[in-house]
Design a protein around this ligand. Structure first.
Ligand SMILES: [Cu+2]
Length: 333
């Protein structure tokens, strides 16, 4: 039940990013707590305003010359005392109620059954997300970036890490926030119950381009997930056309290969995202640009323009070479 019901837009249309549009059991718990807190605080706020209003209207009895006729002093102080006692008791009861609801929500969140979970290790980097999928039934793992795929209805355990500074993993439609701390291992567990695409955003200021550190979580059927997984496990196939072949050569021989891995090529770098299946992702540079040939070209020509301060430098390439590299990247399905 969405009390604040802004939240029923079409999951297929665009990525959802709202704690008020829960797509999993845990986000649901959090939304219920939010609803309860909103109602309680709203009622208290209204009651306080009302009491203030009544007090103000009372003051206006009498005029400038005649003072208001006082009730007998004893009865006034008795009524005042009763009101204070009643208001204090109500505050205590409501606060204890909210604390109880809070603790119960926390316990419900930690009780997600995690048998047969998908395990992913996500590392926050300035300013992108590295993802390493652990071996599953297929006994193999693989690396990708900025876009997670998960099967609907199956629990997901994400091991959270950070290499540089503190980041925070937050996909509002799926769960609350969890910090990613350099040197400290933590996990977040969630389950997505509704197919769709959910947008996440780093929620801890992590440097100048913190706002350009987004990710997508694509929740799909187990079959679709396994198909995606199978595709990610494969190495890049050899390009068939001459331009793409030249692009691969340029990539392998320039500094690109020092920072990026493309399995199936000689590029083995680990400073930047794994590009083996770059074309399977909807965005590049952590949600900053669309994954189109034009945006790719623009990104590679001048990454600093799109994301000032990013670790990726503008690598000087002749216009022809740049086009060849983009052509090759376009084959990385
Ligand atoms: Cu961050």
């Amino acid at each position: 039940m969405a009390l604040v019901g802004l939240a029923t837009w079409n999951a297929a249309a665009e990525p959802q990013q709202s704690a008020l549009a829960p797509a999993g059991v845990q986000a649901q718990h959090i939304q219920s707590l939010w609803n309860l807190t909103l109602v309680v605080c709203g009622v208290v706020f209204a009651a306080v305003l009302l009491a203030t209003l009544i007090a103000l209207m009372r003051e206006q009895r009498g005029d400038a010359l005649t003072s208001p006729i006082p009730d007998s002093e004893a009865s006034t102080s008795r009524r005042a005392r009763n009101a204070v006692v009643a208001a204090t008791a109500a505050s205590v009861v409501l606060l204890v109620g909210l604390v109880t609801a809070d603790v119960m929500t926390d316990r419900a969140l930690s009780k997600l059954p995690v048998e047969n979970a998908v395990r992913i290790e996500v590392t926050g980097q300035q300013w992108w997300w590295q993802a390493v999928y652990s071996p599953d039934a297929d006994q193999r793992g693989f690396a990708t970036a900025n876009e997670l795929h998960v099967p609907v209805g199956r629990p997901v355990i994400v091991a959270l890490k950070a290499d540089d500074v503190i980041h925070t993993f937050w996909v509002p439609s799926l769960h609350g926030k969890k910090d990613m701390l350099p040197g400290i291992a933590t996990t977040i567990e969630f389950r997505v119950d509704k197919p769709g695409i959910y947008r996440g955003q780093c929620a801890e200021f992590c440097g100048a381009e913190h706002a350009l550190m987004a990710m997508l979580v694509v929740a799909e059927s187990q079959d679709q997930y396994m198909a995606w997984r199978g595709q990610q496990l494969a190495s890049a196939s050899d390009p068939s056309d001459a331009l793409a072949q030249r692009g691969r050569q340029i990539f392998e021989q320039s500094s690109c290969a020092g920072c990026h891995t493309v399995r199936g090529s000689s590029a083995q770098g680990t400073l930047g995202p794994d590009l083996t299946h770059l074309m399977s992702r909807q965005t590049i540079a952590a949600g900053t640009l669309a994954n189109t040939p034009a945006d790719l070209l623009q990104w590679i020509r001048d990454p600093q323009a799109a994301k000032p301060g990013t670790t990726m430098p503008a690598v000087p390439l002749a216009a022809d070479d740049l086009r060849a590299v983009v052509a090759w990247l376009g084959t990385l399905q």
